[in-house]
Design a protein around this ligand. Structure first.
Ligand code: ADP
Length: 754
């Protein structure tokens, strides 16, 4: 569609496309008749005018005319067209820019409708040299009107801004990078300042301090060193070799690395220098251009570690020496043994023996070595334990102390203890026991403690006496204590201290002693009384028996005839003699029980059998008085542990009393009960009963609710006292439950037999 530039321009074309620009020449040479615009002669004036303006315009413009939007552009617009030029001239913009027709098509519609559109830095994906690429454009499309006022086409003003947009994006990125750089640097600075390792940057041949972190300040005692050459800042390092090292690193670029380098440094300006140890690195500080501008000094203060290690090494050396000494001693022993052995045994036997001994000694030595190590750990543990103990003792509500060593030096004493012994704590602490309490020495107190040391066994005592002056009135008193001397063992199992825990029990002891004395007195008196009664009863029975015997002889008429009146008198003498005998027998057995001389023959006994054996003995008596006597034999068979004779004596006494005190026509019932531990035999009557206030007293000797001597078969009020004593002597008891007017139930309780 483009004609050759060589074609002769027609005069009219020269007017429409003025000037000598490339596009003017190209337009003039174009055969417009073959384009949708038709021959130039037929173009409306408005198109001609607009084309002339565009061609001569100094900025990139393109006119898109007619319904096909045919392009006519100027020289400057060629930059926008790139390889779409020159084929784009006289061609529809929508065909020429087909790849963005979707975007610009609607824009032209708006322009044709009379609107001007403007876009700034609009990204568009355009085809250039056969490839799609992203480009940015700032442009406006404005309507160009015909003489009639209708829109004949659109005028494009356009700049490509791809480079500017990229430049701006780059700038933005650069700004962000710079911000993060600033942030990173401040972070680095923080790390530098707070690093646990010391760091310093030294610059120039004088090694002036440029940057110094906190750890470095600490190392050099917080001196004002920044900006100063190293020898001026830390004068004491002259001659210690550091400056020479720095010079060397700066000159050669070879880093220096050293471990546990001794450095004598002043803690503060002017203070006497101290020896420190540092792990140290001097690294050359290389600038971006490769020059060495200074040195980074970096490292750790390892003084504490070096001291600790030296201490450990010293201890190891010591224990090594100890071990060697021990070996030497062992060696000597071995030699001695060897001499003795060879003197006494065969040479061969001796050699074998010695080998075994040598082995044993060797193992003893290594055990000792292990012990040394353990002791070290135990010592730390013991220190903690000691602090804990001190708190426990201080806060303990009972009197306590801890005393160390054979001298019994008071190590910890709590306030209750000091108060108990009437001393001030400060007068005791740190002093040996024998000095604080000299009066305890003859009382054997320290001998006891020595024994705890020897045996390692705690000493416990209750109510142990100690005489000293607790109330500080100048007169010592005897006090009693419940106490424990507790040995405290060290890691090796040896007693190193003794702890005392004590409570004073003086008042308790005194009260108990008084009670015991009273008890002893009472027992003695009782015993004397019982002895007296026993011998008296015995003495009385002999003449009484003689009286009875002679009465019988007279009654039989052996000494001559007896008148009926005499016989009646003899009968009364006999009855009185019998009564007296009963009384004396009672008194005798009571005295025996009380004196504790009664001998019991304890055996398992069947309760039912016992009760059954009693019944016939009392049945005549009950019958004579018209009393119904019954035995309740129901319930399981129970066996009790007792002396058969004595149990029977108790039952006879209880049943006898029941019959005796129950009026004629009444009833007396025996029954058996109990549980796993006890067997109980009860005698119940429906007699007069016993008043509540008498129910205890009837068990006392010689107590009767009503005194009467009329019936010679009656006792003196000893029966229940004896029965209770017997029951108790057999491990049981005797009691009564009674309601006056209703009756009484006496129950003897005895241990159940297994
Ligand atoms: P004694 O029978 O010699 O009087 P005891 O020691 O056996 O002495 O009894 C003491 C007193 O207890 C009796 O005198 C009597 O007053 C009272 N007593 C004992 N048994 C009964 C009973 N079953 N009913 C009422 N009173 C009794």
């Amino acid at each position: 569609m483009n004609a050759a530039d060589t074609a002769a321009p027609r005069p009219s074309a020269h007017l429409v496309f003025p000037g000598s620009s490339e596009m003017a020449r190209l337009c003039r040479a174009t055969d417009w008749a073959s384009t949708p615009l038709g021959p130039v002669e037929q173009w409306p004036q408005s198109l001609r005018t607009a084309v002339g303006m565009v061609i001569e315009q100094g900025i990139a413009q393109s006119l898109c005319w007619g319904p096909e939007l045919v392009q006519i552009y100027n020289d400057e617009y060629r930059v926008i067209m790139r390889d779409k030029h020159p084929s784009g001239l006289g061609r529809s913009v929508l065909l020429n820019w087909a790849e963005i027709a979707d975007f610009i098509g609607p824009l032209f519609q708006r322009v044709v409708a009379g609107e001007t559109v403007f876009f700034e830095d609009q990204p568009l994906r355009v085809e250039r040299g056969g490839v799609m690429e992203d480009a940015y454009f700032t442009f406006s499309y404005s309507p160009v009107r015909l003489e009639s006022g209708e829109v004949g086409g659109g005028l494009i003003n356009c700049f490509e801004t791809t480079r500017q947009v990229h430049a701006r994006a780059l700038q933005k990125e650069r700004d962000a990078l710079y911000d993060s750089l600033v942030f990173e640097r401040s972070r680095l600075e923080y790390v530098f300042q707070h690093a646990p390792a010391f760091l310093a940057i030294l610059r120039g041949p004088q090694h002036a301090f440029d940057l110094v972190n906190e750890a470095y300040y600490q190392l050099v005692g917080h001196r004002d060193i920044v900006g100063k050459p190293v020898l001026e800042a830390l004068p004491e390092i002259r001659g210690q070799g550091f400056v020479e090292l720095l010079d060397g690193v700066l000159a050669t670029g070879e880093p220096f690395l050293g471990r546990e380098i001794p450095a004598v440094l002043a803690r503060t300006p002017g203070a006497p220098p101290e020896e420190k140890f540092v792990d140290l690195a001097y690294l050359p500080l290389v600038e971006a251009d490769g020059t060495r501008s200074g040195i980074i000094a970096h490292g750790h203060d390892v003084t504490a570690q070096v001291h600790a290690r030296r201490e450990v090494e010293r201890l190891l050396r010591e224990s090594e020496e100890a071990r060697r000494t021990l070996q030497e001693v062992n060696h000597q022993l071995e030699l001695q043994r060897l001499e003795l052995e060879t003197a006494n045994h065969q040479l061969q036997e001796g050699a074998v023996e010695l080998e075994a001994q040598a082995e044993e000694l060797q193992s003893t030595a290594s055990a000792l070595e292990a012990r040394t190590r353990e002791t070290e750990a135990a010592r730390a543990e013991a220190e903690r334990a000691r602090e804990h103990l001190a708190r426990v003792i201080d806060q303990a509500p009972v009197p306590m102390y801890i005393a160390t060593g054979r001298d019994h030096v008071f190590d910890m004493v709590n306030a209750p203890y000091a108060a108990m012994v009437g001393r001030r704590r400060d007068d005791m602490l740190g002093r040996p026991g024998r000095e604080v309490f000299p009066e305890f020495v003859p009382q054997g107190v320290f001998a006891l403690i020595d024994e705890v040391y020897d045996s390692g066994v705690p000493y416990r005592a209750t109510a142990i006496p100690a005489t000293f002056d607790a109330d500080r009135d100048g007169v010592p008193e005897t006090h009693y204590f419940n106490l424990v001397y507790q040995p405290l063992l060290d890691a090796g199992g040896a007693v190193y201290a003794v702890a005392l825990v004590a409570t004073e029990v003086t008042e308790l002891v005194q009260a108990r002693e008084a009670a015991e004395a009273a008890q002893r007195d009472a027992e003695l008196a009782n015993r004397a009384k019982a002895d007296f009664l026993a011998s008296m009863s015995h003495e009385l029975r002999t003449p009484l028996n003689a009286i009875g015997g002679y009465v019988d002889l007279i009654d039989m008429g052996i000494q001559g005839p007896v008148t009926p009146e005499q016989q009646a008198a003899l009968a009364r003498v006999k009855a009185s003699q019998q009564h007296l005998l009963v009384l004396i027998n009672d008194v005798l057995s009571f005295a025996k029980v009380e004196a504790g001389t009664i001998e019991l023959d304890l055996r398992p006994l069947g309760a039912r059998e016992l009760v059954a054996g009693v019944e016939p003995l009392v049945a005549p008596q009950a019958q004579a008085k018209g009393i119904a006597l019954s035995v309740d034999g129901s319930g399981p068979e129970r066996r009790l542990l007792g002396d058969e004779e004595r149990v029977r004596q108790i039952l006879l006494n209880l049943v006898g009393n029941a019959i005796k005190f129950t009026p004629a026509g009444g009833s007396v019932q025996l029954s058996i009960g109990g549980d796993a531990r006890w067997v109980r035999i009860s005698v119940r009557d429906n007699g007069p009963g016993i008043a509540a206030e008498k129910q205890q007293a009837i068990f006392d000797p010689f107590v009767q609710v009503e005194r009467r001597f009329s019936n010679p078969r009656e006792g003196v009020g000893l029966g229940l006292a004896i029965s209770r004593d017997l029951a108790r002597a057999m491990g049981g008891d005797l009691g009564v439950v009674s309601t006056p007017g209703e009756g009484s139930t006496f129950t003897v309780q005895l241990p159940a037999a297994a």
